[in-house]
Structures are given as structure tokens and as C-alpha cells.
Ligand binder design. Structure first.
Ligand SMILES: [Zn+2]
Length: 349
């Protein structure tokens, strides 16, 4: 059946198309991506047409698990429990060769930092259109599927620790990071209006991450009732994230020994520490002799706490306090464009 044209997207950055039929989505996610000519939204009609759930993916062009899951699901010719509004966002970045290698186009801002006003530039205009689309469809819940670039287990990111948010995350993962950071992310601006969570499905390019995305997506769209009412047990909750990045102008390297041209060299296996407790005194890498602390760490309050968490001893960067790092990347571009990692506190610990 034709999509209900309840949205006015004429002239906007978001293209509304009819629900794709199973034979029209191509054999692979790459084929499907090639059929999209820009940020796209469509609605898959469900058995109960009075309710809607929203699925957003590809806000970052180098994070394909959500698109792969969506493609696999569409190939099955689904009839979901309720209507599903699907938004595929950073199509141009994802399509820029080699496919799925660009977080955003080089000339553009990170789309998942554009959801707070002012809505300027290509990313801001698109972000505003996505939020307007989601609001107008009045979804009972929203999930936004992402990948990490480093080794991480699957986890959710939520602004609230209510039963609805934790219930949504359990469809995909057993860990959640409660964030109070103001980054301009999609789920951040919707958190007061509906249960909305970001799911980090694991490392981009890992088939295990794609499988987690597909299994969770299937649960999300097929459940007659979402598990939004009871706080799940056996759940790991991390909170008070601080964003750790290199100071402006610092030359960064990942290597097994101090790199000649670098101010800071992090050991290349540093992302193996994600979600594990690092004791005080753990060496993360090397710094150029006589340099000041080359990283900064900021929580919701905005002040730099790096010197509480890290120190330089014998030209080595090491932890000064016990801490749990997450989302560590060993991709230099991501580390500079976004951040090195986040530090969180284990609520149980
Ligand atoms: Zn992402």
C-alpha cells in the first residue's frame, strides 16, 4: 500500500519514499544504499496502524550495522507489530568511496552533533528535519543505531535511567551508559518527549555487530508491547561520562613505541581496555619529553578534569585514578574529529 503522506517534506533535505518492497531493496546493504539518493525516510506499515516506532540509522556514514540490519529485515518482507518509521540519514557520507568509511563528508559537521539549535548548514537543516519528522509521527519509542570504531561490546546510551530507556536497551545489549553530556545528539533532544536510546552495536565492520543490530531491530519491530514498564535486572549501568580528547595542536599517533613526530603516542591496543577498570598507574602511551598533559577531560560541567584522571611520569601517560574507559578508538581521524574515549563510573562499583 502507498505510504500515508502525512509529512510535508517537499523541498526539505529529507526524502520521503514509499515503503520499499522486499524485491526492491537490492541483494546487499551496498545495493540498497546505492538506491538512496540522499537522506531518506519511509514508513513500514504494521499490523497495528495506530502506533509507530522510530528507527534511525546512519547518522554516521562509517557505521553500517544499522543499515545492514534494516536491509536484512526489509528483505524478509516484514509486517511489523506497529508502523515503523525508518530514517536513513548520512547517505552521501556513507556512499563516498570507499563506502562506509566517512563519518561525515569532509566539508560538513558531524551530523549527530547538529540536533541543537541553531540549525545551520547542511547538517543543522537535516537534523531539524529529522526531529520534526520524528515528532510528527508520535512514536512510542525511538532507537538510533550506531557502531564504534574501536573494540567495544554492544551497549546503549541514554539520557535517563527509567524503565522505558533500560527496557529499550535490553533489546540489544546488557550495558548502558547514562549520559548527561550536551553534545547535540538526536536522542539527547528527544529524551524528555519519548523513550529514546542510542545503541552502539559494536565495532563497525565486525559481522558480530551486524548480528546484534539485526537481532535487536527484529525484537524492536516485532514485539507487540515493548518492555518499557519494569527496570530490567542484571544490567550494568555506567554514568557521569567525561569526554577525553587531545588538546588542540597535539600530534597524535598509535604505535608500539614512541612515534618520532608525535607529541602523544598511544599504544595501538589501547582500545582493548574498553569497559574494563583500569587501576591507577596504568600506562596508556608515551609523550614527548617535557610536554604538558596533552589531553583534556570534560564532563557535563564543562571544566577540564584531565589532571585528576591522568598524569605524566617518566614521559609516559598513565592513569592517576582508577577509571573505566569506553569508546576508545585507534582511528586517528575519529580521535581528532570527535574524541579519544570517554571515562565513566560503574554505578555498582
Ligand atoms: Zn555514531
Amino acid at each position: 500500500m502507498g505510504a500515508r503522506k502525512v509529512y510535508d517534506v517537499s523541498g526539505g533535505p529529507l526524502r520521503y519514499r514509499d515503503a520499499p518492497r522486499r524485491e526492491d531493496v537490492g541483494a546487499s546493504a551496498e545495493d540498497f544504499l546505492a538506491m538512496l539518493d540522499g537522506p531518506t525516510v519511509f514508513r513500514i506499515p504494521g499490523r497495528d496502524r495506530t502506533r509507530t516506532r522510530a528507527l534511525v540509522t546512519l547518522l554516521h556514514g562509517n557505521e553500517p550495522s544499522g543499515l545492514r540490519a534494516l536491509h536484512s529485515w526489509l528483505r524478509s518482507g516484514p509486517t511489523p507489530a506497529v508502523d515503523v518509521l525508518c530514517v536513513v540519514a548520512a547517505v552521501a557520507a556513507a556512499r563516498r568511496p570507499p563506502a562506509f568509511s566517512h563519518r561525515m563528508l569532509p566539508e560538513e559537521r558531524d551530523l549527530n552533533r547538529c540536533f541543537r539549535p541553531p540549525f545551520v548548514g547542511t547538517g543543522g537543516v537535516l537534523a531539524e528535519a529529522i526531529v520534526r519528522m520524528v515528532r510528527s509521527s508520535r512514536p512510542e519509542a525511538l532507537v538510533d543505531l550506531h557502531n564504534n570504531t574501536g573494540h567495544n561490546p554492544a551497549y546503549g546510551v541514554a539520557m535517563r535511567a527509567g524503565a522505558p530507556e533500560l527496557g529499550l536497551v535490553t533489546l540489544f545489549a546488557e550495558r548502558v551508559v547514562l549520559s548527561d553530556l550536551t553534545l547535540g545528539a538526536l536522542t539527547e533532544v528527544l529524551a524528555d518527549e519519548l523513550p529514546a536510546v542510542t545503541i552502539e552495536c559494536g565495532r563497525a565492520g565486525d559481522p558480530a555487530s551486524d548480528a546484534i543490530a539485526l537481532a535487536g531491530l527484529t525484537r524492536f519491530v516485532e514485539a507487540v508491547r515493548l518492555p518499557l514498564d519494569a527496570v530490567p535486572s542484571g544490567f550494568q549501568v555506567f554514568e557521569e561520562p567525561m569526554r577525553v580528547g587531545v588538546r588542540p595542536g597535539v600530534r597524535l599517533a598509535f604505535a608500539e613505541a614512541p612515534a618520532v613526530d608525535a607529541d602523544l603516542t598511544l599504544t595501538s591496543g589501547v582500545d582493548q581496555h574498553n569497559f574494563s577498570l583500569l587501576e591507577a598507574g596504568t600506562v596508556l602511551g608515551w609523550v614527548r619529553p617535557s610536554i604538558q598533559l596533552p589531553i583534556e577531560a570534560r564532563g557535563a560541567a564543562g571544566d577540564d578534569r584531565a589532571s585528576d584522571l591522568f598524569e605524566i611520569v617518566d614521559d609516559r601517560l598513565r592513569t592517576r585514578a582508577a577509571l573505566v574507559p569506553i569508546m576508545m578508538t585507534t582511528d586517528i581521524r575519529i580521535a581528532v574529529q570527535d574524541c579519544l574515549f570517554y571515562v565513566v563510573r560503574d554505578r555498582a562499583g
